[in-house]
Unconditional design. Structure first.
Length: 258
């Protein structure tokens, strides 16, 4: 197994769990270098987790070469060596609504990061129709191991180390990184093709997540600053709840509450 983004939060967890093949660092924006690496390593499975962070609305010129074109390059290189590809996407592809999203729902991005992620999904499916595309949500520690960037932000805001607030109307289904890694590795062993939602079992606001993180670290919940996405002026999805029942049936795994 070869894991892109193995130095990252999810990629590191996947690589550790699966005993992935160590490989030289290669820029996924460079198709020639990527293809050469795959031709030497010849992985049976490729888990694509590499990305660039864009929830704060990163510039399109920074997002697309890595998120969209990079995913397409990984798909091309994996297809060339006959590798099974699992591509990790995001709930950021959706605009947000009251009803949960299923695998049948088409992307409806409202900001650049979501658009880049949606383009990546389309590219991967076009290059390799047999690839699995995982839509997931906020990735956190779940109280086990290294904190995620989301959790570090929560603590920084609660302790006054950073300025800002956590939105009470931005809803996601956070999932613990070890649960997501286990699900992704299990999915790689199946022949599932297309989209599969793999997210946590609870719909929580960013603020609710912050309160849980603060309590876990002995910080008063009242210290967690609250605000609303609606009043912020930011263009980001509001309520995005992923229905992960299909993944539970396929994989026999149920992520734990965070």
């Amino acid at each position: 197994m070869l894991v892109t983004g193995a130095s990252g939060y999810l990629g590191g967890a996947v690589a550790a769990l699966a005993g992935a093949v160590p490989a030289p660092r290669v820029d996924i924006r460079d198709l020639a270098a990527l293809s050469a690496l795959f031709a030497v390593v010849r992985p049976a499975t490729v888990i694509h987790t590499a990305t660039t962070l864009g929830n704060k609305g990163g510039a399109p010129q920074d997002l697309w070469p890595v998120v969209a074109a990079g995913a397409a390059n990984v798909a091309v290189a994996a297809r060339a060596v006959g590798a099974r590809l699992v591509h990790v996407s995001s709930d950021a592809v959706f605009a947000g609504r009251d009803a949960p999203y299923t695998e049948a729902d088409a992307p409806s991005p409202v900001f650049d990061y979501g658009a880049a992620k949606a383009a990546a999904e389309e590219a991967v499916a076009a290059v390799d129709p047999g690839a699995a595309i995982v839509r997931t949500s906020l990735i956190v520690s779940g109280g086990r191991g290294e904190l995620s960037r989301h959790e570090r932000t929560c603590l920084d805001l609660a302790t006054g180390a950073a300025q800002g607030a956590l939105f009470t109307d931005e809803i996601r289904c956070p999932i613990a990184v070890d649960d997501l890694a286990a699900a992704v590795v299990a999915l790689a062993a199946t022949d599932h093709a297309g989209v599969l939602n793999i997210a946590g079992p609870q719909a929580l606001s960013r603020h609710e997540l912050g309160v849980r993180v603060a309590a876990r670290h002995g910080v008063d919940a009242a210290a967690v600053p609250a605000a609303t996405l609606a009043a912020s002026g930011l263009t980001r999805p509001g309520r995005v709840v992923l229905d992960s029942s299909a993944a539970a049936r396929l994989l026999g795994l149920t992520p734990r509450p965070v």
